[in-house]
Structure formats: structure tokens, C-alpha cells
Design a protein around this ligand. Structure first.
Ligand SMILES: [Zn+2]
Length: 234
């Protein structure tokens, strides 16, 4: 194998590592957004449970208010009843008072049910908040792990990039610009193995003279279809 090709293969290995790292780094914000989106559902559940609790509490207050209104009315009716001298009017007030008292009895039953509903809502709200705290903990762990991965990848990226720069200065011959151009245009594969006279990059059969050139390893051989630098696979 040509020294030039051997040097380019080592360079290509580092370049491919850098491409893979860049791709992985690009994915991190997506992972981060996915982790955070889990929180939104739990936050909505807490808000929902809280709204339901407030509504249930409001219902109790309304029943209390309605009861209070009836009590005031009964007081007023009793004063009027006390002041009347006619028996039929007295009986009519009595009738009214009993009707309102029955309503109050009904409200008391409703209030008990409404208060039980408040208790249930309070429990649901409590459970939703506990679930949110649990999710927050998991997400913090996720985000910490993502940040740690990012740190490792950035460190490796810097290390490989420095090594790559040094390797590039030590490539013999004049093929470096050709390699750089192929690296950019050929999906990160500039130097491809040749097997059974086929280019390992585009998989086309190369012509006999190219196959012989790649086998001999005395001068640079390029696939006449895609332009990739070819070497003989062991
Ligand atoms: Zn090819």
C-alpha cells in the first residue's frame, strides 16, 4: 500500500470519528427537549387537579351561602309570624318556615357530599404534585446525563481535532487537497477499499487498469466512476 494512502486512511479514521461526534452532538438538544416535554404533562396534571379542587371548594361555599340565605329568610318569617294576629296568616308563615327548613336539611346533605368531594380532590392534587416531584427528579438525572455526555464528546472532539491537524501535516505526496474535496463530497468516505475489482464507495466495477494500479500500490488509483481513492483490501 502507498504510504500516502496509508496516511490518508489514518486521517480518514479521525475525520469519520469527528463526523460521528458532530452528528451525536447535534442530537443532544433533541434529547434535552424530549426530557423536558415529559415535565409539561405532569405540570398540566397538577394544574388540572388544582382547578378541580378550587371548583369543589367553591361548590361547598355556594351551598353554605344558600343555607345562610334560607336561615335569614326563616328569621324574617318568624318575626312576621310573631307579629300577626290572624290564625290563617300564622299557619301560612308556619308552612313557609317548614318549607325553608326542609330546604336547609337538603342543603346539609349536599354540603356533606360536596365536602367529601373536596377531600377526594385534595388527595388527587396531592398525588399529582408527588408525581411531578418524582418526574422532576428523573428529568434532572436525564439532563445531567445529557450534559455529561456533551462534555465528554466535546473533550473527545477537541482531542481528535488536534490529532487530526497534526496527522494532516504529515501526509506525504500531494493527495491531501484531493482527499479533502472527496471527504466533503463523498459522504465522509474519500478512501475506499477495492474488492473483486469493485469500488467500496460506489460499488461499481472499475476498469482493469485501475484495478491493477490499486493492486500494485505504486501510484494513486482512483475509481473512474466516483473519483474515490482506492486501495487493495487485505
Ligand atoms: Zn467508486
Amino acid at each position: 500500500m502507498l504510504d500516502e494512502v496509508r496516511a490518508l486512511l489514518i486521517l480518514q479514521d479521525r475525520d469519520r470519528r469527528l463526523l460521528a461526534l458532530a452528528k451525536d452532538l447535534e442530537k443532544l438538544p433533541v434529547d434535552e427537549a424530549r426530557a423536558k416535554s415529559k415535565l409539561a404533562g405532569d405540570e398540566a396534571a397538577v394544574k388540572n387537579a388544582h382547578d378541580t379542587l378550587l371548583a369543589a371548594e367553591l361548590k361547598v361555599k355556594k351551598i353554605e351561602l344558600d343555607t345562610e340565605t334560607r336561615r335569614t329568610t326563616i328569621k324574617r318569617l318568624k318575626v312576621q309570624q310573631f307579629e300577626t294576629r290572624k290564625n290563617d296568616e300564622y299557619q301560612a308563615f308556619n308552612h313557609e318556615i317548614i318549607r325553608y327548613e326542609k330546604e336547609i336539611d337538603g342543603f346539609e346533605t349536599l354540603e356533606l357530599q360536596a365536602m367529601e368531594a373536596v377531600d377526594r380532590c385534595r388527595e388527587s392534587h396531592h398525588a399529582a404534585k408527588a408525581a411531578l416531584v418524582h418526574t422532576q427528579k428523573l428529568i434532572k438525572e436525564d439532563l445531567d446525563s445529557i450534559a455529561q455526555r456533551q462534555q465528554h464528546m466535546l473533550a473527545e472532539q477537541a482531542e481528535v481535532a488536534a490529532e487530526r491537524a497534526s496527522l494532516a501535516t504529515r501526509v506525504p505526496g500531494s493527495a491531501l487537497p484531493l482527499y479533502e474535496r472527496l471527504m466533503r463530497t463523498k459522504a465522509g468516505l474519500a478512501v475506499a477499499p477495492m474488492a473483486d475489482s469493485r469500488c467500496g464507495g460506489c460499488h461499481m466495477k472499475v476498469i482493469a487498469s485501475t484495478a491493477i494500479k490499486a493492486q500494485a500500490g505504486l501510484e494513486l488509483a482512483q475509481c473512474e466512476n466516483c473519483g474515490r481513492i482506492l486501495f487493495m483490501a487485505d
